[in-house]
Design a protein around this ligand. Sequence first.
Ligand SMILES: Cc1cc2nc3c(=O)[nH]c(=O)nc-3n(C[C@H](O)[C@H](O)[C@H](O)COP(=O)(O)OP(=O)(O)OC[C@H]3O[C@@H](n4cnc5c(N)ncnc54)[C@H](O)[C@@H]3O)c2cc1C
Length: 390
Amino acid sequence: MLDPVPEPGPARGLTTLSDDEALFRHAVFEFADREIRPHVRDMDEQAVIPRQLIDTLFDLGVMGIEIPEALGGAGASFFHAVLAVEALSRVDPSIAVLVDVQNTLVINALLRWGAEDVQRRYLPRLAASTVGAYALSEAGSGSDAFALATRASETADGFALNGRKLWITNAVEAGLFIVFATVDPEAGHRGITAFLVERDAPGFTVGRKEDKLGIRASSTCELLFEDCRVPRESVLGEIGKGYRVAIETLNEGRIGIGAQMAGLAQGALDHAIQYTKERRQFGKAIADFQAVQFQLARAATELEAARLMVYNAARLRDAGEPFVKEAAMCKLLSSEVAERVTSLAVNLYGGYGFVKDYPVEKLYRDAKIGQIYEGASNLQLQTIAKQILN
Ligand SMILES: Cc1cc2nc3c(=O)[nH]c(=O)nc-3n(C[C@H](O)[C@H](O)[C@H](O)COP(=O)(O)OP(=O)(O)OC[C@H]3O[C@@H](n4cnc5c(N)ncnc54)[C@H](O)[C@@H]3O)c2cc1C
């Protein structure tokens, strides 16, 4: 006998979460609200993330979301990582990017490209206490990332790295760095190789920390490699295949930045809604003016569109379906929406929006990075154009 056709279930929205996903996002947001929010202003002013706070992120389980449980991780999906980044960013986009780089770039690259022994060596550490960083950009190669000049020369038992990386997120906190270097500058992108470099590798130093406009608590540093010796086993993936490691992880990573920007915009909108209901002018709350209501309504609408695109890209990635165009689109749109929504929030706070005593000024500064890192907006447009004109 044929199985009966299942009754159609209730229609579900595209942003509807499973019980497990909803609980997870709620738990991360509650944590952020309780444990991170009280420190946000200090962290921004002092441009640091206290190690104690990072330890609590490990305890919460958000530093190894996709790492299998057998290796100490949460054994969850990429979508969960996106939910965590979004929920954290609603409170602090600097903490969100620390968690984002850890999960969507570093752990993601190890899960996809690491041999079993490499995974066994590094993933339990990353799940328990080690922060990771991802070092591709250099002073002369940003958008044109594969024009990198850091050189890896073969030695008797491994490689010697020489060169400098710039703009490396998590560099102050990280114990493990994925570093891209070329084994053959003549070979173009086919010389690029990914290496796993320990913080204490001889010849490796973390250099100057940047003093930034936004996401100030997130560390961004130069890395220096002076005859830095790494063993042969430190190659991640294959020699000469580093460009694939980079492209594939960054395609996924930019969904995480989309989530960071959607979360940030939600944080700004939360503040704007609360403030406009409280602030009174002309004898009533400014939220009672239709002009203000319409501005908030437009912001909420744009944010909903951005979130839908982020969730869709992440779900496609988890389903093993093509997602490159959707990932580029979600980062492009979310970062623009974040800039617009935070700008509106500053406007709606009036003079109070322009001073540091209130939270929206910081979110406005934090939003700007979304259009720059993990592929500037023009590069996202280039990716989308390539896909639709193909
Ligand atoms: C806070 C911060 C954190 C970062 N974290 C990391 C990290 O952890 N790891 C890492 O490897 N890198 C990191 N980066 C580097 C970041 O990814 C680059 O800054 C970014 O890719 C842009 O490169 P660029 O700065 O060299 O700008 P450029 O490539 O010089 O671009 C400048 C402008 O030119 C435009 N442009 C460039 N090429 C084209 C083109 N072909 N067509 C049209 N327009 C173009 C761009 O859109 C941009 O507006 C970080 C940067 C910052 C600021």
